[in-house]
Design a protein around this ligand. Sequence first.
Ligand SMILES: Cc1cc2nc3c(=O)[nH]c(=O)nc-3n(C[C@H](O)[C@H](O)[C@H](O)COP(=O)(O)O)c2cc1C
Length: 243
Amino acid sequence: MLSVIDTLEYHVSVRDYTDKKIPDEMLEQILEAARRSPTSSNMQTYSIVVVKNQETKKELAKFAGNQKHVETCDTFIALCADISGVDEACQIHDTKLAKSLETTMVATIDAALVGMSLCLAAESHGLGTVMIGGMRNNPRGVAELLGFPRGVYVAFGLCLGYPDSKSALKPRMKSEMIIHREQYFERRSDNFIEYDKELASFYRANGKESPDAAWTGVVAKQLENIKRPDLKNALESMGFSFD
Ligand SMILES: Cc1cc2nc3c(=O)[nH]c(=O)nc-3n(C[C@H](O)[C@H](O)[C@H](O)COP(=O)(O)O)c2cc1C
C-alpha cells in the first residue's frame, strides 16, 4: 500500500480500466476509511451511493455526456450533498431547517472532502480513479435514477477500477502561482503563459492534440458562457437554497 504522500504525489486521473474486480473487503475498507473524513460540525451532510450495476452505470455515463469510463469502471460512486438528515433532526425537535447558501455549501464541501478521501484511499491500494463533475449535467436525472429523497444532489462522481493504462503526471502550475506565504501575492500573467507552453508540450509529448494556449485558451473558451445554466434552478427544485 502506498503512503499518503506518495499516493498524492503520483496522482493521475485514470480513465482506462481492466475487467478485474475490486475485492469487496478492499472497497469496504476504502469506504469506511473515507467516512472518517472531517465533516462540518459533525453534521455529516453527505451521502455516498455505490453503484456496481452495469445498466445503472450505463445510464450515468449518458448523463455525464457519454463518458465511457463511467460505464467501464468497476465501481462508480456518487458523492452527494445531503441535507435530508439535518432536516429530519429539525423535524424531530419541531424546528424548521433554515436552508441557506451556507447549508448548501456545508453539504457540498462535506461531499467534496469525503470524495477526496475515497480517491486517496483507493489510489493508495493501487486503484485508478477519476472524478466526474459531468454528473451535474443532469442532477434531476441522477436523483431519479438513484432514488434520492428531497435534499440530496450529486455534487460529483468517482470512478474506481484497476488501471489498464496510466498517463504521465499532468504538470501543475508553478508552486508560487498557487502557494502564497503569509500574504496573497499578485500572480504574474507571464507565468500563465509559461504554463500554457508547458502544458501544450506535455499533451503533445503524450500524443494528444493541444492548442498553444493549452491552459489560458481552454479555460477562456470553457468559461466564456455560463456552464450548466439550469443548475441553480435544478438544485433549488431539489430542496437546496442559494440565499
Ligand atoms: C470535481 C472534479 C470533477 C471532474 N470531472 C471530470 C469529468 O467529468 N470527466 C473527466 O474525465 N475528468 C474529470 N475530472 C478530472 C480532471 O479533469 C483532472 O483531475 C484534471 O485534468 C487534472 O488531471 P489529473 O487528475 O490527471 O492530474 C474532474 C476532477 C474534479 C476534481
